[in-house]
Design a protein around this ligand. Structure first.
Ligand SMILES: [Zn+2]
Length: 320
């Protein structure tokens, strides 16, 4: 009876809530732990502090009006209830915090090789062999993650190309926002051209951002986009695509050397008919199973009906 209505209300809200945040403060959302998580925790502490002070003040004032015997009884009843309420609230908050990883959206993702065991991985952003030349932020393990829907479609692609003697070789899949932020930071540093001879020999680094090679957002961060190539099982190496992954230039466009809509090769310096045909083999296999290609990169595909078209995830790349 001495518990403040605020305590009751908070606990009631917590129990009746949708299980997203410990308390429903503004600024929190399902996935934005990086934005709202710290703020919520600070507000919780303040709320708890004020509730404790308020409860004790009410108790103190009321206790003054009772006789000594009743005062002692009531005091301990109040203390017991207050401690119980606080214990429940704190416990639930702590439980929510420890269950935090499940609140950042990763429960919608799978480790690709769990769904597509035939796939070969070469996670370039975990390696230093990429256009930056160092391990990219957010890549904590050399694994590839995708949404369940995208991974299921990729399994169908894998089974398909296996009939042709190929396997899928994956360079990248889900890419956390902090990795994209790393790319942007790198693009702004004009003095860092460590990997230029390999990935952008014909371009001045100044044009990478303006020309869209690097952007502040990537479809990969939504979890249904993948970079990959085909691996020839008899040759024990990747198919010759007439160009390499993450090469910044026109040579990487699917239209380089032909018409990707008709798969017709047009004799072009820098790409043979066979190399163009190999690109088309990958492209058609991906499109047959629900992926859409990108005009600038022959290796990049996004699930046409991606489940999170507007969500940019933040959790790191690691197995779970
Ligand atoms: Zn890509």
């Amino acid at each position: 009876m001495f518990l403040s209505s605020g305590v009751k209300k908070l606990y009631k809200n917590r129990v009746k809530g949708k299980g997203e945040a410990c308390f429903s403060f503004p600024g929190t959302n399902n996935f934005g732990r990086a934005e709202g998580y710290g703020k919520t925790s600070e507000m919780q502490k303040k709320s708890l502090f004020f509730l404790v002070v308020y409860s004790f003040m009410v108790t103190f004032v009321k206790v003054l009006h009772f006789k000594l015997f009743m005062r002692k009884i009531l005091f301990w009843v109040v203390v017991t209830f207050a401690a119980l309420a606080l214990a429940i609230i704190v416990d639930r908050c702590a439980g929510k915090q420890s269950a935090g990883p499940a609140n950042d959206g990763r429960e919608n993702f799978v480790v690709i090789t769990d769904v597509v065991p035939d796939a070969i991985l070469e996670i370039r952003y975990f390696s230093t062999y990429n256009f930056v030349g160092s391990r990219i932020d957010g890549y904590e393990e050399p694994v590839a993650l995708l949404t369940r829907e995208a991974a299921d479609s990729l399994r169908a692609v894998s089974d398909d190309v296996k009939q042709l003697g190929y396997r899928l070789k994956i360079y990248d899949a889900y890419r956390p926002q902090k990795a994209v932020d790393h790319f942007v930071r790198w693009a702004a540093n004009m003095t860092d051209t460590l990997m230029k001879p390999y990935f952008y020999p014909d371009l001045d680094k100044h044009v990478l951002f303006p020309q869209g090679y690097i952007a502040e957002k990537s479809g990969h961060t939504r979890g249904s986009t993948i970079d990959l190539t085909l691996f020839d099982m008899k040759m024990e190496k990747e198919l010759d695509m007439g160009g390499t992954f993450d090469f910044f230039g026109l040579q990487s466009h699917p239209s380089f050397g032909g018409n990707p809509d008709t798969q017709q090769y047009v004799p072009t310096e820098g790409i043979t008919a066979e190399q163009f045909a190999n690109r088309m083999t990958l492209r058609l296999a991906m499109m047959r199973h629900g992926f859409k290609p990108l005009d600038e990169e022959w290796w990049h595909f996004t699930l046409r009906n991606e489940p999170f078209p507007d969500t940019y995830f933040t959790f790191p790349v690691k197995s779970f």
